[in-house]
Write a protein that binds this ligand. Sequence first.
Ligand SMILES: Cc1cc2nc3c(=O)[nH]c(=O)nc-3n(C[C@H](O)[C@H](O)[C@H](O)COP(=O)(O)O)c2cc1C
Length: 183
Amino acid sequence: MNKKRICGLICVIFIAGMTTTSLLVIALNGREIVQDVVVQNPDGSKGTVFVVFRPGLTGFNQDIVNEYIRGLIASDWRVEVTTSSLQTPTNVTTYDLIVLGSPVNGAKPHESMLAYLARADFEGKPVVLILTSGFVGGPGLGVFENATTDANGVVISEMQFQIFEADARSRAYAAGTEISLGT
Ligand SMILES: Cc1cc2nc3c(=O)[nH]c(=O)nc-3n(C[C@H](O)[C@H](O)[C@H](O)COP(=O)(O)O)c2cc1C
């Protein structure tokens, strides 16, 4: 086989590999992830927080949300956690605070989070937004905030964590310990 043919073959294999990987990422990233509501620190004295998050492909969003929850529990909140899906409860009457965690996908929160927000009515309750991203900044947080406001949520805190940020986990934990309904 001459050099030209070998280069052509390598190109075809490379393009096929990239296409397959992209399709796999899109399929995995778009799949429905249903998780029962799990109660943590059931006797928490500060009030009950409802946490809805979207576990992503790298586990970064889940790590950050878990650190935030650890902070909430250190401050003695009762926490109920689930994922954003078609099964996520939309009745938030029994909750004092709502925390939403989503990765940025294409400059927006994950589709499952936006679909949940389109169905939910937060009844004017306080909401904390946690967005994780590959890059710094971008319009994701603004889209998240608008969708939450449209769901009758009052955003009292919004944070973005970038995947390469060295102290992201400790910042998330500290934010969980610091949140109060007076802020
Ligand atoms: C399909 C897809 C689209 C993404 N789009 C963006 C984007 O527009 N802006 C950005 O900063 N990060 C983007 N990212 C990176 C993710 O937001 C980041 O890796 C994620 O927050 C890590 O958490 P996770 O793996 O738990 O989802 C994208 C990731 C994927 C898989």
